[in-house]
Ligand binder design. Structure first.
Ligand SMILES: *[C@@H]1O[C@H](CO)[C@@H](O)[C@H](O)[C@H]1NC(C)=O
Ligand SMILES: *[C@@H]1O[C@H](CO)[C@@H](O)[C@H](O)[C@H]1NC(C)=O
Ligand SMILES: *[C@@H]1O[C@H](CO)[C@@H](O)[C@H](O)[C@H]1NC(C)=O
Ligand SMILES: *[C@@H]1O[C@H](CO)[C@@H](O)[C@H](O)[C@H]1NC(C)=O
Ligand SMILES: *[C@@H]1O[C@H](CO)[C@@H](O)[C@H](O)[C@H]1NC(C)=O
Ligand SMILES: *[C@@H]1O[C@H](CO)[C@@H](O)[C@H](O)[C@H]1NC(C)=O
Length: 498
């Protein structure tokens, strides 16, 4: 009985919190042109977006051939926070979205240009290297499904390799044109009376960004003399109208969907040189731009950087070396680490280490097929594995996934109902689920009502005093494995990153 009352109180407590957050959100949404927290983690006061973020790996690549505009668009429609693009360059310096520098892996290059196979000293093998093809040639190629045994090949040969600007257009169409037409009129209106009439739904809030990887940076630089970072800066200038909404999204003037903004652009690479070079050029770039009175990009904050790491690099001596460099200098321009998910299965050490540096972890990659599971005995489906990473591993705030719908289902479920997927039949689960909206609580029986109002007063007092206390302590990270510690997160805005 005591336990039941305790659980009930916790339930009410969480509901009160949600309602408070909702009210705060509504009352503050009347102010326009505010600069919002810009971080790789969503504060838990934000109720409209799952706290853990979903990165669509190569687009919705489970459903459609990877790195196509259709795969990107589908990922956005399914609700991804970011679409992940890999960027490589043609011999004439045009940026393409493609995972492998060898065109033969996913395109029909062998059929169209059978003779253009050459030896690469870096790979020590022959291939159809993208830096041996011009943009005109690459535009003639079509792509096919990489994992054809388990995924649909119905769309093979129907789509082209997108240039970077094509991917940006998909985002712009979605973020600016399409979403605006779905939003209720009040979002642009500053009349507080009408603002509070309707809360935005999660579909209103589905504004997304690009998680861009500099692919094989060193290789293309050394073997072909191509610098992807320089090319990206040129691209940002040439296509300023497409970049502007992604780079300037920290300060909304028109669209304000939430108390939090997913950064419109996140940069990632396995080559730390690519990220540090981008970081070094950023202030120079903007000091030049500042001089132009009509510059479109001058107020943009620098995009967050995420360093990628494979399993080999997170074990043994290499791991020690890695953390040494992080502490020594890399932390100054990094916001997160994109590690192989396997780094997080043996123990929590990697997660704790990331937390101690206030770096978020975005592990890769969740795929629905059994063969990609790390430990099928412990986590026999992709749902359980994704849930483990998002809910149990310190510092994980987002996940690379090829099936956006599965990852989003897990992220939206939240970590508190942790028995739902396992189906272990926690009697509280259903109740918790039902009452997770502010307005769905009228079914509570009358017997509880008196008890509740008494409890509420007590809880509010405790809540407020503990919030005040914790703000003072300016804590930076939380253990998300227990209910009580997740309360902590709500006290402050954890916008300490970037
Ligand atoms: C390159 O590959 C060939 C054959 O696969 C192998 O014999 C050779 O040792 C390799 N060279 C280097 C430098 O790895
Ligand atoms: C909203 O507020 C701004 C000033 O803050 C004012 O110029 C504008 O007319 C207002 N719009 C409406 C629809 O009330
Ligand atoms: C705000 O909306 C209410 C109700 O729709 C209306 O009566 C009021 O005149 C509006 N105020 C302004 C300043 O537009
Ligand atoms: C392929 O590209 C590399 C790097 O630019 C270049 O060194 C090589 O000569 C090219 N091969 C051919 C056959 O064009
Ligand atoms: C921009 O202005 C600063 C001083 O205001 C000047 O030193 C710098 O050379 C200018 N840059 C360009 C590209 O004109
Ligand atoms: C505005 O920028 C364009 C290039 O983006 C430049 O050609 C033009 O001269 C600029 N106009 C003014 C008034 O500075």
């Amino acid at each position: 009985m005591t336990i039941n009352v305790y659980l009930l109180l916790l339930l009410i407590l969480s509901q009160v919190r949600y309602c408070l957050a909702a009210t705060a959100e509504e009352s503050s949404s009347s102010s326009s042109a505010t600069c919002l927290p810009h971080s790789l983690r969503v504060p838990s006061t934000v109720i409209h977006r799952p706290h853990q973020l979903v990165i669509a790996h190569r687009g919705a690549s489970y459903h459609l051939p990877e790195h196509t505009t259709a795969a990107y668009r589908l990922a956005l429609e399914l609700g991804a926070d970011w679409i992940e693009t890999d960027v490589v360059a043609s011999s004439d310096g045009v940026l393409y979205c493609l995972h492998s520098v060898d065109l033969a892996v996913t395109s029909n290059v062998e059929e169209i240009f059978p003779d253009q196979i050459w030896y690469s000293p870096t790979f020590n093998r022959t291939g159809y290297w993208i830096f041996n093809f011009t943009a005109d040639q690459i535009d003639k190629l079509t792509v096919q499904q990489r994992l054809s045994e388990s995924r649909s090949t119905a769309f093979d040969r129907t789509m082209y390799i997108p240039r970077l600007e094509d991917a940006l257009r998909v985002l712009k169409d979605w973020n600016i044109d399409d979403l605006l037409q779905r939003l209720p009129p009040h979002v642009e209106d500053n009349n507080t009376t009408t603002t509070s009439a309707r809360k935005p739904s999660s579909i209103d809030l589905a504004r997304s960004g690009m998680y861009l990887e500099f692919k094989d940076y060193i290789l293309q630089k050394e073997e072909a003399g191509i610098d992807l970072v320089d090319l990206l800066y040129d691209h940002m200038e040439q296509y300023a109208d497409l970049w502007k909404p992604l780079l300037e999204d920290q300060c909304y003037t028109v669209m304000r969907f939430d108390e939090y903004v997913v950064p419109g652009l996140v940069l990632q690479s396995f080559d730390v040189d690519a990220l540090s070079r981008f970081h070094e050029r950023w202030p120079l770039y903007f000091s030049d731009k500042m001089n132009e009175s009509n510059s479109s990009l001058r107020i943009a904050p620098e995009p967050p950087h995420v360093l990628l790491l494979n399993y080999h690099g997170c074990t043994g001596e290499l791991a020690e070396e890695f953390w040494f460099h992080i502490g020594d200098s890399w932390r100054s321009f990094l916001s997160g680490i994109g590690c192989d998910k396997q780094c997080l299965f043996d123990n929590d050490e990697f997660g704790h280490k990331a937390e101690s540096f206030k770096l978020v972890l975005h592990p890769w990659t969740e795929r629905p097929e059994q063969t990609f599971l790390v430990d099928p005995k412990r986590f026999p489906t992709v749902l359980e594995e994704t849930r483990h990473l998002l809910c149990n591993v310190p510092a994980v705030h987002g996940i690379f996934s090829e099936s956006v719908s599965i990852a989003l289902a897990v992220a939206q479920l939240g970590c508190q109902d942790s028995e739902l997927i396992g189906g272990k039949g926690d009697p509280m689960s259903d109740t918790t689920k039902e009452s997770s909206t502010c307005y769905g609580s009228s079914q509570q029986s009358a017997i509880y009502t008196g008890l509740l109002s008494f409890a509420l007063g007590t809880i509010m007092a405790v809540l407020i005093s503990s919030c005040v206390h914790r703000r003072k302590m300016s804590r930076h990270y939380t253990d998300r494995t227990t209910l009580t510690s997740s309360d902590d997160e709500d006290c402050g805005n954890d916008a300490e990153l970037t």
